[in-house]
Design a protein around this ligand. Structure first.
Ligand code: R2B
Ligand code: URA
Length: 310
């Protein structure tokens, strides 16, 4: 597969706006972003989204709505009197999208196929809206490998269940591979924003991304299980030795598709449990809710810094 760095001219116009690596799109009369309930013919996408700088994605609609309100307070963004935030993609009944000034907050659902479809449409949205050099974040949850629940993990690399650093996709009956690379500098900058006073650890490492939550993550508690506890522990210990610090289900597509588009991206997840100690997510709901705020704090700090520097 092509592993050369993405050449800027391939992915940007001279003014820094996103250029698509698909010649078909500019030849179309209109492009319908079906799963977002938006279209280049039906909406003025430049007017609606031209000022976007950050795209923040996370699994659930509720969490992304909460994140939108949090970032609104953090950056002091005001809504017109008497209005509330609207879910722009409400009528897709698939994903939810909120816009707070330069920040777009979108739910991506669970797993590589769901986040993959969304990324195709959001990257096209960046192109139609003529957005310049956007930065994408995934704010999520994961299982820790050797880290207790509540630890924040910044990914510096994404690998699949067999430790391969590529996203594999079957296209026209052939398997193609795209390198799953994240922006290491962005990961370092985020790590630098962790507060030593935080009552939890923030670590950086390799993230494993699987196609399943149960058997695919070596859980013994799915509806099916054809391996033993000893097999599971041998696998988890071996990936731990290879530098894997957490497991989740979207980073591979997130890293590969943003890298292919030349978009800077980072993945920040909170661990819900230490997989070396168990399989079930046992923490009470209020604790889980508080833990899930932790990755958002880093992203808020990053966005605020950027906006203050402008
Ligand atoms: C983390 O949490 C979800 C599974 O519970 C999945 O979307 C992921 O990556
Ligand atoms: N999300 C995952 O994908 N795995 C876990 O163990 C917890 C959250």
């Amino acid at each position: 597969y092509a592993d050369e760095p993405v050449d800027r001219e391939t992915v940007r116009y001279p003014d820094g706006t996103v250029r698509l690596r698909n010649p078909n799109i500019e030849l179309m009369d209109q492009d319908i972003l079906y799963h977002l309930a938006l279209g280049s013919g039906s909406h003025d996408l430049v007017e609606m989204f031209g000022d976007v700088k950050f795209v923040c994605m996370g699994g659930t609609p509720k969490r992304m709505e909460q994140f939108a309100y949090t970032i609104m307070a953090e950056i002091g963004h005001k809504l017109p009197c008497g209005t509330t935030l609207q879910d722009i993609s409400q009528f897709s009944y698939r994903y939810s999208m909120y816009k707070v000034g330069p920040v777009l907050c979108i739910s991506h659902g669970m797993g590589i196929p769901s986040v993959g479809i969304l990324l195709h449409e959001v990257i096209k949205l960046m192109y139609h809206a003529k957005v310049r050099d956007p930065v994408f974040f995934r704010i999520g949850t994961c299982g820790g490998i050797g880290y207790e629940g509540g630890t924040v993990v910044i990914s510096d690399e994404a690998v699949d269940g067999a430790l391969r650093n590529v996203l594999e996709l079957t296209v026209l009956g052939k398997n193609i591979q795209r390198p799953a690379k994240l922006d290491k500098r962005l990961a370092r900058e985020l790590k630098g924003l962790a507060d030593p006073e935080d009552p939890y650890d923030t670590v950086t490492g390799k993230t494993m991304c699987t196609y399943d939550f149960y058997e695919g993550q070596g859980r013994l508690d799915g509806a099916f299980c054809d391996f033993t506890e000893a097999d599971k522990m041998e696998y988890l210990e071996s990936i731990h030795k290879s530098g894997v610090v957490n497991i989740e289900m979207e980073s591979l597509a997130f890293a590969a598709l943003t890298h292919h588009a030349g978009i800077k991206a980072a993945v920040i997840c909170v661990t819900l449990l230490d997989r070396l100690r168990g399989d079930q997510v046992l923490a009470p709901k209020e604790v889980l809710d508080e833990w899930q705020q932790r990755p958002t704090k880093l992203v808020c700090r990053y966005i605020k810094r950027y906006l203050q520097m402008k």
